[in-house]
Design a protein. Structure first.
Length: 941
């Protein structure tokens, strides 16, 4: 294929993808001149290049579409029909370009059907007297507007002739004039020096045009007056926000050419393969060094290891693409679906800049598209049905993406009808997927998950959108193939949320190496929650429910299975399942399912290169691939999804139901407990921090800790992480590894250096908040010992001054006095209640959403509400919605307080009616938010 043609096809496909998105956006924002100019420029470029390459079919179709968009630029109304026809034209252009790429020539065929529709909407050719899209009233509109030129414009004699008159000029070319397209083509075809400045020629042409306009003005020629509606629309577009042209020119001229180049994907794949081989070689060398502690190669190999990690991360970045690339076509998909289903749908996309591996991106495009279509068809009600339920007529589908550990979480949420569990039950029984007795033992969430079964559909009729029972099972399988999982949460009448959890990359993964019956296996570390070692004197006990071993871990029962039994290597007897001092339990989480896998030994974590399974082994769903270790041995990589499925078939739903009942019996009736991480730092006295705030527990080699800008740093997940000490008495280790707690938020992390990580406990807290020591909230009795509770909010700004994105604001005299504080945790009630009182508020504390609603009903004079989100029975979102529904309290400012500040949670809070969303330990942020609400209340008053 000719290089010029290849480049044209690549650039045209890219431009068409952009136009697809921009056109749907322009339909929603018809007064945005910037969007229209961008669309017009791209289509105009496609048309001009087609003329240069001699592609008449593409040129004619692009020209007709450009003509209609030219009408929009002149102020014509943007109608849904016009946008639909242009989109159909773009689809046709894509088909022609696809044929062109395959055969190096335009396919035979006619596009008169689309060109005729475009001409009709443009009001040209045989439709010239019909007014087109800019006709205000077909009966009242004049046949033709006067043309302001020196001589009367001659009407074209034929339809072919009318195509020669470019709508941009709005008159025929006079003798000696050329069209802008011919001028562009001449510039492209003319040989000249490389530094020939086209802008100078354009400047001279512009000056000539100004002089010509001045001459016409002196001669008394008055331009034709546009139609009123068109003029108003055109003026509105002029008022739309536009970019600084000078800045845009500087960006185009200075940044684009020097900052990036096109690289063949095969080149990147080869580079990634070489890096993978380098990682394998690095692992082999490190294995040799482990066996020779005093080796002179230890230091250079450590340096080689660091360089390998940096190179690996650099190459990985070249493969990373924003997930927005996979979402590009979704606005068009939703628009077409809304028209087909006669619904009004708003698509909200959050976190488009979240990056993941190009290979993963390609694999999730189809599952995402299907799930969005499913939400539009099954999830959202018809407009009249929504209005009858008290909802807005327009339904909303929200797409959000964010990082969580080494995963990407993608949420597809709708505010529709939710899943009708009874309807799902009927379909399950009808399809004989389960018995009624089995369904009675299942939770609502377990029943709803049957929608992922093959051939399952609750649609009453088959349409071109859905109802065939093909889709959700394929979606789940496609996601699980890449090591991901999909979870479902649904509330009938309120909507559904599908959460997809996928790895950032498939090439190199961090794993935990374990042993079962003498064979070693690798478990992807992203699915490992923690390791538990059960000993005779340990507080973690193994119990039995219906002959199935379970582990009681912090008042939760985890079902257990030995890896040897799961793989069929060796059947472990009940006596052998009683672990000795050398036994370990790997606690794994796959979606909502948490379970324990018993192994004989745990070695260490290691980054491995994933090799694909041989074709003869691909039917083994328990494995996702294999790898070569540093000692040269080949081991299998366990697939967490396959393990979870096999585990479920071993355990069954009976154990799940009995486990939940046993957990309820084990817990006291009234329990306000907080999970705490116990550690030591600077002294032998224990310290604690809420576990929900800790992102990860890490140990870093001392050699990896660097000193920069006056502080300790460590390279962590592609960026430098500052290290902070709890107090001055903490002595950083000089050899070995240094334990630390990692706190992360919004892409930034802080490491809190500690001496020792002791335990994780669930405790009822009675905390004193009167501590005057910086960084300490107070003291509580935990496991019979006085324990300092650490104030994480004190240390985070030491890592990044702007961590909370707010300036601490002092409140001299609050404008609002009466405050209702809602939180189910006594720990946070005891911690924040006195803080709010010290700030001058009259605080009423409630321990549940229902209690808060009752308080507001008794006394609706509260001036502000601060509410936790994660509460049993009625969560913060439901409380906020209930407050907004009541006429007496609908205008009260409400601030959300949560340890989960993800973009999706913040967006959901906004929709529920929260005025602001603050992290639980961001006390300066809470005070600042309160003051912001004071100012708004003061202004409103």
């Amino acid at each position: 294929m000719d290089d010029l043609l290849r480049e044209f096809i690549e650039e045209t496909n890219e431009s068409l993808d952009v136009v697809d998105v921009e056109l749907v956006k322009f339909e929603q924002e018809p007064n945005n001149a910037q969007i229209l100019d961008n669309i017009f420029r791209l289509v105009h470029t496609i048309k001009g290049t087609c003329g240069f390459l001699g592609l008449p079919r593409l040129e004619s179709l692009a020209h007709a579409a450009e003509t209609l968009m030219g009408k929009f630029r002149d102020g014509a109304a943007v109608t849904g029909e016009s946008v639909s026809v242009i989109l159909l034209s773009l689809d046709r252009i894509k088909e022609i370009v696809s044929e062109l790429a395959e055969n190096q020539a335009e396919p035979e065929g006619s596009d008169d059907d689309l060109i005729d529709q475009l001409d009709r909407l443009s009001g040209i050719g045989k439709y010239a007297n019909m007014g087109g899209v800019d006709a205000v009233d077909a009966k009242a509109a004049p046949a033709k507007e006067p043309v302001a030129v020196d001589e009367p414009a001659k009407e074209p004699k034929s339809e072919e002739a009318s195509h020669e008159v470019y709508q941009v000029l709005e008159r025929e070319l006079k003798e000696g004039e050329v069209s802008l397209d011919d001028l562009e083509r001449a510039f492209r075809e003319t040989d000249g020096p490389d530094d020939f400045d086209v802008s100078e020629a354009a400047k001279e042409a512009a000056e000539a045009a100004v002089a010509d306009a001045a001459a016409k003005k002196r001669a008394g020629i008055v331009p034709a007056k546009p139609k009123d509606d068109a003029a108003a629309a055109k003026a509105a577009r002029r008022k739309a926000p536009e970019k600084d042209e000078k800045a845009e020119k500087e960006t185009k001229s200075g940044g684009s050419h020097g900052a990036s180049i096109r690289v063949n994907v095969e080149t990147l794949e080869h580079l990634m393969t070489m890096v993978s081989e380098l990682v394998l070689t690095r692992n082999q060398l490190l294995e040799i060094v482990r066996r020779h502690e005093d080796s002179e190669f230890k230091v250079p190999l450590q340096r080689l290891s660091n360089v390998t990690v940096e190179l690996q991360e650099g190459v990985m970045k070249t493969r990373m693409q924003p997930i927005g690339n996979a979402w590009q076509k979704l606005p068009r998909v939703v628009r077409d679906l809304a028209n087909d289903l006669e619904k009004t749908i708003d698509l909200v996309m959050i976190g488009q800049d979240t990056e993941l591996d190009r290979q993963v991106l390609e694999l999730i495009k189809d599952p995402l598209t299907h799930m969005v279509r499913n939400s539009a068809d099954h999830g959202l009600e018809m407009p009249d049905e929504r209005v009858a339920m008290g909802k807005p007529a327009k339904g909303t589908i929200t797409l959000s993406a964010y990082h969580e550990g080494g995963h990407i979480i993608i949420d597809i949420a709708d505010d529709g009808r939710g899943i009708n569990t009874e309807k799902v039950k009927e379909k399950i029984l009808k399809s004989e997927l389960a018995t009624e007795a089995e369904l009675d033992k299942m939770t609502e969430q377990q029943i709803n998950k049957y929608i992922f079964a093959a051939g399952f559909s609750t649609a009453e009729k088959v349409t071109n959108v859905s109802g065939r029972g093909v889709g959700m099972d394929v979606v789940r399988n496609n996601i699980e193939v890449i090591g991901g999982s999909v979870d479902l949460k649904s509330i009938q009448g309120k909507g559904s949320t599908f959460s997809i959890k996928i790895p950032l990359t498939l090439a190199i993964v961090s794993t935990l190496l374990v042993e079962a019956s003498g064979d070693r296996f690798a478990i992807p570390q992203l699915s490992v929650v923690e390791l538990v070692r059960v000993q005779n004197n340990s507080e973690h006990k193994i119990e039995r429910i219906k002959d199935t071993p379970v582990l009681r871990l912090r008042n939760k029962l985890l079902p257990l299975i030995h890896l040897s039994n799961l793989l069929g290597i060796e059947e472990k007897t009940d006596e052998e399942m009683e672990l000795d001092d050398n036994g370990f339990i790997v606690v794994m989480q796959v979606g909502p399912q948490t379970f324990g896998v018993v192994v004989d030994a745990v070695f260490h974590t290691e980054e491995i290169v994933v090799k694909p399974m041989a074709s003869m082994l691909r039917h083994l769903t328990l494995f996702s691939g294999n790898t070569i270790l540093g000692d040269g041995s080949v081991i299998m990589i366990l697939d967490p999804n396959g393990v979870a499925q096999a585990f479920g078939s071993h355990v069954g739903t009976d154990v799940d139901a009995d486990k939940e009942a046993a957990e309820k019996e084990a817990l006291p009736e009234e329990q306000n407990t907080v999970s705490l991480l116990i550690f030591r730092a600077g002294s032998s006295e224990p310290k604690a921090v809420p576990l929900s705030l800790v992102t990860r527990l890490e140990e870093f080699e001392i050699s990896k800790i660097e000193f920069s800008n006056g502080r300790d740093m460590v390279q962590y997940r592609g960026s430098l992480m500052p290290l902070v000490q709890v107090n001055d008495f903490v002595q950083r280790r000089t050899e070995g590894s240094q334990p630390m707690l990692v706190f992360s938020d919004s892409g930034r992390s802080m490491g809190l250096v500690v001496d020792e990580i002791v335990d994780i406990v669930d405790e009822q807290l009675n905390i004193e908040v009167s501590s005057e020591v910086p960084g300490v909230l107070g003291t509580a009795v935990i496991k019979g010992k006085a324990t300092e509770i650490i104030d994480v909010g004190h240390f985070l700004p030491q890592a990044f001054e702007d961590w909370f994105h707010r300036k601490e604001m002092s409140i001299d005299e609050p404008l609002v006095k009466k405050l209702l504080f809602v939180d189910d945790s006594s720990f946070f009630r005891n911690m924040l209640g006195p803080v709010l009182k010290a700030a001058g508020y009259e605080v009423t504390v409630c321990s549940s959403g229902a209690e808060a609603l009752a308080a507001l009903e008794r006394d609706p004079s509260y001036e502000i509400v601060v509410s936790d989100i994660e509460m049993p029975e009625m969560n913060g979102f439901e409380l906020c919605e209930a407050v907004r529904r009541a006429p007496a309290t609908r205008d009260i400012p409400i601030i959300a307080l949560s340890s989960l500040c993800t973009p999706a949670a913040i967006e959901r809070g906004r929709k529920a009616g929260f005025n602001d969303y603050v992290a639980k330990f961001d006390r300066p942020g809470l005070i600042a938010s309160l003051k912001e609400q004071h100012i708004e209340v003061g202004v409103a008053a």
